[in-house]
Design a protein around this ligand. Structure first.
Ligand code: ADP
Ligand code: MG
Length: 622
């Protein structure tokens, strides 16, 4: 029975009209779409009742295109034109992709500037276009099932996605004719799906093991507001790795000869099916017919699978520990653990997570669907189906931001995992007398030295009024807005002269880069501290030598006897010699010696300058 819509007098829009908004989980392996109907979030199946759309697009000659399962089955036979896992290429340049996925990819990348491009029989395709194909299919699925135009969509992205990756996702949506209400972080969406936004306040962990990636996020809920306290993970760890290990096991157990690419693919696809079957069974048959006509026919049981996968599961726990540390929370503070991603269906994963967190994780929602369901709930709200009851979403800075200081050191201004938006300021000063310009070098990373961090931008502050070294006060402000866009401003306080630059902090930085930079910082913490301490005494030494040399040139003749001058010069020579080495205490001692040797000289210069300032002026005029 169709419901009649009744419009109240005076109201321009029908009050009972439901605004159709959808949530989309645009996944590396699978994508899906959900909506809220009768206050309940539900996923929308295609006309065959399938909910998961494999994120695979196959381009044929003469414009034929297949998306989803139809494309996925052709992967083994036509790998070059069958694009999968392209989410990893979103917003990434060719160099990034080659560095992180060297040799594993069957695609023919075109040598183009900007985002990677893939050559197919149907022409060169960008990851944005390929993603748009997936979104287009989900959009028409939603329109068919909701019966009409859509108000908009919430699309989820990994919490780690940087600005370029987020922008690429928005571009794909636009290409697919979807209005993006908001991009939502995947872990936040999962928490929303579980209604944790209405739960008691506290800290929650979201453990997401998908096809090719692992993500752990620590969220804090306060007064219905989610804050991402920390994120971590491994961008090259997921269900595919289990498949690869099972395929290797099959090669060994079946004593197979060296195989071609197509046979290997076929083994991996079978491995995946067997692995999935073993999530609800004790043993499964592994059967593949090879191109040469031979067949592999084996049986895999759960005990063998567990031994094949044990190190992979263990590998997910290290980032969990790190994320807890970054968030500054203890295991006992974790109020709930949400499981996301198809691979968390594996009993061995659930067991390991339960043991690690010391509690049973939440699993009553389907781990494949939970992100899309949360996105649908958020879309429902944003489309105006409920009043002003919006969530405020906060994000974090993946790596610390700072500027270069003397001695090639980095002074951190915004710490890693600080919540966005954020503004932090710090004062700096000039190094030389009469310095009128200052070069500001903006860096990202955890290490102490400039060479070990990533350079984001350079700019210059000019027009500083000439003053003695150390007198100018230059305030450097870092502001990062909610979209992760960084603006750095430098302002000389007395004259108001200012300069600024805008940067996208993590542009082009992959999860791997971030992980590597963090690991390096951790491994080198001790060296870095030593390096910093050494650089600091060197900077002090240089500053003093410069100042004394300038003073000698100006007033040495007038104010010092030859003997005094020689004594000071000897101290300079000693300090310069110590400075050339790396013995911190020797440099410190030589610095102190020069400083003591010039005490009198400094006092005389001060007297002289006061006298000259006062010359010709009466007391009353001062
Ligand atoms: P992504 O977020 O990368 O798109 P998904 O959450 O869809 O990934 O997870 C896909 C992975 O989940 C694949 O490796 C798939 O084999 C695995 N998976 C799906 N169902 C099961 C299952 N029942 N048991 C084990 N693994 C599963
Ligand atoms: Mg996912």
């Amino acid at each position: 029975m169709a419901l009649l819509q009744i419009s109240e007098p005076g109201q321009s829009t029908a009050p009972h009209q439901h605004r159709r908004a959808i949530g989309i989980d645009l996944g590396t392996t699978h994508s899906l779409v959900a909506t809220v109907r009768n206050s309940i979030a539900t996923v929308l199946p295609d006309e065959h009742g399938r909910v998961l759309l494999p994120s695979v697009v196959r381009y044929g000659a003469d414009g034929v295109k297949a998306v989803g399962a139809e494309a996925a089955v052709r992967q083994a036979e036509d790998p070059r034109n069958t694009l999968a896992s392209f989410k990893r290429f979103m917003g990434r340049g060719l160099a990034d992709v080659q560095r992180t996925h060297q040799g594993e990819l069957p695609y023919d990348f075109a040598d183009a500037p900007g985002m990677v491009q893939i050559r197919t029989v149907a022409g060169v395709k960008s990851p944005v276009e390929v993603s748009a194909e997936i979104l287009r299919v989900l959009r028409s699925r939603a329109e068919a099932s909701l019966g009409g135009d859509l108000t908009g969509a919430v699309i989820t992205v990994p919490a780690y996605f940087d600005d370029a990756q987020r922008q690429a996702t928005k571009d794909a949506a636009q290409l697919a004719g979807l209005e993006v209400l908001r991009l939502l972080n995947e872990p936040t969406a999962a928490a929303i799906a579980y209604g944790l936004d209405n739960a008691s306040e506290g800290v929650y962990a979201v453990y997401d093991l998908g096809g090719g990636t692992f993500d752990i996020s620590i969220l804090r809920l306060t007064k219905g507001v989610f804050e991402v306290l920390a994120t971590g993970g491994d961008s090259a760890l997921g269900g595919d790795d289990f498949d690869r290990r099972i395929a290797c096991w099959a090669i060994e157990a079946g004593q197979l000869p060296p195989l071609g690419a197509r046979d290997l693919r076929a083994l991996q696809m079978e491995a995946r099916e067997v692995k999935e079957a073993l999530s609800s069974r004790e043993a499964a048959r592994f059967h593949v017919r090879l191109l040469g006509g031979d067949a592999v026919d084996l049986t895999l049981d759960t005990a063998t699978l567990e031994s094949l996968g044990a190190t992979l599961v263990a590998k997910t726990l290290k980032p969990c520990r790190q994320a807890l540390r970054d968030a500054g929370v203890d295991l006992v503070d974790i109020q709930g653990v949400v499981l996301v991603g198809g691979s968390t269906r594996m009993p061995m994963v659930r067991k390991a997570v339960a043991e690690f967190f010391g509690q049973t994780p939440l699993t009553n929602l389907d781990p494949d669907q939970v992100v899309a369901l949360g996105a649908a709930r958020q879309a429902h709200l944003l489309a105006g189906n409920r009043s002003s009851d919006d969530w405020l979403l906060l994000d974090v800075i993946p790596l610390s931001l700072g500027i270069e200081t003397m001695g090639g050191l980095v002074e951190k201004i915004v710490p890693r995992n600080a919540t966005l938006p954020i503004a932090r300021a710090q004062e700096f000063t000039t190094f030389k007398d009469g310095q009128t310009a200052m070069r500001i070098h903006v860096l990202q990373g955890e290490r102490e030295r400039v060479d070990d961090c990533r350079s984001l931008a350079h700019f210059e502050l000019r027009g500083i009024p000439p003053m003695t070294a150390g007198a100018a006060r230059i305030k450097v402000t870092f502001e990062v807005d909610a979209d992760g866009l960084l603006a750095v401003t430098a302002r000389e306080q007395s004259s108001g002269t200012s300069a600024q630059v805008a940067v996208k902090p993590s542009y082009g930085l992959s999860d791997d880069d971030i992980a590597r930079m963090l690991r390096d910082a951790f491994d080198h913490a001790r060296d870095d501290l030593d390096a910093r301490a050494l650089a600091e005494v060197q900077v002090d030494a240089d500053r003093l030598v410069d100042a004394v040399r300038a003073a000698l040139a100006a007033d040495g003749e007038a104010l010092l006897s030859d003997a005094e001058r020689e004594a000071i010069e000897a101290c300079i020579v000693a300090l310069v010699a110590a400075r050339a080495g790396s013995d911190r205490s020797a440099i410190r001692q030589a610095t102190d010696a020069l400083s003591t040797a010039t005490d009198d000289f400094a006092a005389r210069r001060m007297d002289a300058s006061i006298r000259s300032a006062l010359a010709g002026r009466s007391i009353e005029s001062i």
